[in-house]
Design a protein around this ligand. Structure first.
Ligand code: CTP
Ligand code: MG
Length: 178
């Protein structure tokens, strides 16, 4: 049993910059949308009002900040896996990049901003974070995201996502509880 507990803690630790980027984007986002209000060829918004520059930058910044604190902690205590600067940038930015790409396809499918898209809404940012980390920090990714850790992340993320969004809805940061 202990190994499962250890693996879950490791998974949470490794994903923390990505996990921080998403809710802080929602908390601090607003203002000019990234698509500048423009429409795609299909006449629908490119990304929609839910994707703003402020959310993208503030969320990425908060994720990087969390990662820097984690680097300091793992350097001092040597118990948690270490990060590299490039890996925390990829995890933080990648998380919001995944969310953005998802919104592009959501709009193409005719889903209004904020409409629920089960599973995709919960794992978009994991996919984005992993993809960018895999591309730009491959060795670090392969060393840390073992198949076992990846399975744990895929299982715990939807649960965590649902809980944070319910909380965000209650404190009125989010318009929908998903
Ligand atoms: N947000 C933002 N900028 C981003 C990402 C998120 O400002 N790059 C903010 C928006 O206020 C958004 C909220 O965080 O409404 C919640 O994010 P999310 O659920 O990803 O967006 P939705 O509004 O649900 O839009 P979509 O349907 O495109 O996912
Ligand atoms: Mg949403």
């Amino acid at each position: 049993m202990i190994w499962i507990f250890e693996a879950v803690i490791t998974a949470l630790w490794l994903m923390l910059p990505a996990y921080i980027a998403n809710p802080t984007a929602a908390l601090l986002g607003g203002g000019t949308p990234i698509d500048l209000g423009r429409k795609f060829l299909d006449g629908k918004r490119i990304l929609g009002d839910g994707k703003t520059f402020q959310g993208l930058f503030a969320g990425t910044g908060c994720g990087i900040l969390a990662g820097m604190i984690q680097i300091a902690i793992s350097d001092s205590f040597k118990v948690f896996p270490g990060f590299t600067f490039i890996s925390i940038v990829c995890l933080s930015f990648g998380s919001l990049f995944g969310d953005l790409v998802k919104s592009f396809f959501k709009r193409r499918l005719g889903y209004e901003r904020g409409k629920k898209l089960p599973i995709i809404d919960q794992l978009d940012f994991v996919a984005g974070a992993w993809l960018l980390t895999f591309i730009f920090s491959r060795e670090w990714f392969m060393d840390n995201f073992t198949p076992q850790i990846m399975i744990i992340v895929l299982l715990i993320t939807p649960v965590l996502h649902r809980l944070t969004n319910m909380l965000g809805y209650r404190i009125r940061v989010k318009k929908e509880p998903w």
